[in-house]
Design a protein around this ligand. Structure first.
Ligand code: FAD
Length: 434
């Protein structure tokens, strides 16, 4: 049986429907995601990850890679496929002299913050401590320290990764520099990252925040200054951003906040008066994020001034369609002012979203890298960079292939006409179960 075959090759457990722990392992942050993998490989070691990737491919199972489970559409969880569960690989080792942290591929941000703060050190991490280091860093990684020290991905000195063939490779400035470029912003497209080596900074352990929190009618009347520890700051949104709630979001990058954009934003927040509107947030970019040359990483649009997100939360499934429609409508008000989007705040946009997250020249480089490291698209449960067909790759240069794929997505997204030198359409969008 498939399960026994996989279990024999793994140190960690293999779970199937009905096993104790199966439902907990497949549950993710967004309560709308309710998928049932055929098997869950709870990997403990790099060798486990290698074995799981090879077994998944041999058995023809769709593979998902799970770290913190915070993908809003639950990209890590394959229905009827193999979920490579990295959560048992959550260890963090710190060298305070070298100012380095070695973080396993399944670690949560809280583990990274706790381990580094013991020495008064930190690196950029997101604002909610139960988010995964894996997905966050591979897509970029925005947090309180980013304007001072760059994004999380800018602080990665080296990656260890299991490829689609089950081999282990390293990526750094000195080794596989092309992959090092792609892993800093290209998401989980190229393999399973089993270890991140981060550069750390002396930040001390205290944080001072000024919090402006008010209902829109009382705008301007609340100003509060709070002193707390850095670790507490990193957890401050853990509860409001907790699990088991239904969620949907839409985002944009804004190069500037013009008067017209502000007016559109405020107007979108006022209507309809009946309620159910998403919360909206603006996060400032710039600083050290913008100082990294645009071409140095796959992460794109470093000259962004603000990231805008319209995010909805609710509990009653009967509200799904209405809430999602309102969030889409609210965010659409900012469309005319937007340029690009953070790959980690894409939701169900599919290929169209991937084209918003990366400008064409980066998509060409990412496709070339995908062709090299994952030509069969084993890792496609992500914001997918689709590899090109082998023969077709020889016939067209990468920039033309990207344009041809865009055209294919528009005119033949189901690949009805495939008995030809086929330009494959992009992966379809992963919809939430509504
Ligand atoms: P998962 O669902 O486990 O993984 C998402 C995808 O990442 C997987 O499908 C896989 O393709 C890939 N992946 C994960 N780990 C690995 C690995 N080790 N190797 C290869 N591929 C891997 N983003 C910010 O930048 N800053 C924030 O402050 C921030 N706050 C957030 C707060 C909340 C409550 C939520 C839900 C999200 C937040 N995000 C933030 C967005 C977050 O970065 C993305 O949702 C990210 O994908 C989550 O990663 P994860 O590992 O938790 O998710």
């Amino acid at each position: 049986m498939i399960r026994e075959r996989l279990a024999k090759t793994l140190d960690g457990d293999v779970l199937a429907p009905g096993d104790p722990g199966y439902d907990a392992a497949r549950a993710v942050w967004n309560a709308m995601v309710d998928r049932r993998p055929r098997l869950i490989a709870r990997c403990r070691t790099v060798a486990d990850v290698q074995a799981a990737v090879r077994a998944g491919r041999d058995l023809g199972l769709e593979i998902g890679v799970r770290c913190g489970g915070h993908s809003v559409v639950g990209l890590a969880i394959p229905d009827d496929g193999l979920m490579i569960d990295l959560t048992p690989m959550g260890a963090v080792r710190v060298d305070p002299i070298q100012k380095r942290a070695w973080v396993q591929g399944g670690a949560l941000l809280g583990a990274l913050d706790r381990a580094t703060q013991t020495h008064g050190l930190a690196t950029t991490a997101g604002n909610v401590s139960h988010t995964g280091v894996g997905g966050l860093t591979l897509g970029g990684g925005m947090g309180w320290l980013a304007r001072q020290y760059g994004l999380s991905c800018d602080n990665v000195v080296a990656f260890e990764m299991v490829t689609a063939d089950g081999d282990v490779v390293r990526a750094s400035q000195a080794e596989n520099a092309d992959l090092y470029w792609g892993l800093r912003g290209g998401g989980g497209n190229f393999g399973v990252v089993t270890e991140f080596e981060f550069r750390l900074h002396d930040v001390g352990t205290a944080a001072l925040i000024t919090e402006l929190s008010f209902p829109i009618e009382a705008a301007g009347s609340v100003l509060r200054v709070v002193e707390l520890s850095y670790v507490d700051l990193q957890r401050i949104d853990d509860t409001p951003q907790g699990h088991a709630i239904r969620r949907y979001w839409k985002g944009h990058y804004l190069r500037e906040l013009s008067d017209d954009a502000i007016e559109a934003l405020l107007h979108s927040r006022r209507e309809p008066r009946s309620g159910g509107l998403p919360n909206i947030g603006l996060q400032a970019y710039g600083g050290a994020i913008a100082e990294v040359p645009e071409q140095d990483t796959a992460f794109a649009f470093r000259d962004t001034a603000f990231e805008y997100v319209a995010a909805s939360r609710w509990t009653d499934p009967a509200e799904d369609d209405g809430r999602i429609a309102l969030a889409r409508r609210t965010a659409a008000a900012l469309d005319p002012f937007a340029r690009g989007q953070y790959v980690n705040t894409l939701s169900d946009e599919g290929a169209e979203g991937v084209r918003r997250a990366y400008p064409p020249d980066k998509l060409v480089r990412l496709t070339t890298l995908k062709d090299k490291y994952d030509p069969e698209n084993v890792f496609h449960l992500n914001n997918n960079i689709r590899p090109s067909e082998q023969g077709v790759r020889r016939a067209y240069p990468p920039d033309k292939l990207v344009r041809l794929t865009t055209l294919k997505d528009k005119y033949d997204p189901e690949n009805v006409f495939h008995l030809n030198n086929n330009i494959r359409p992009s992966e379809p969008a992963r919809r939430l179960q509504t």
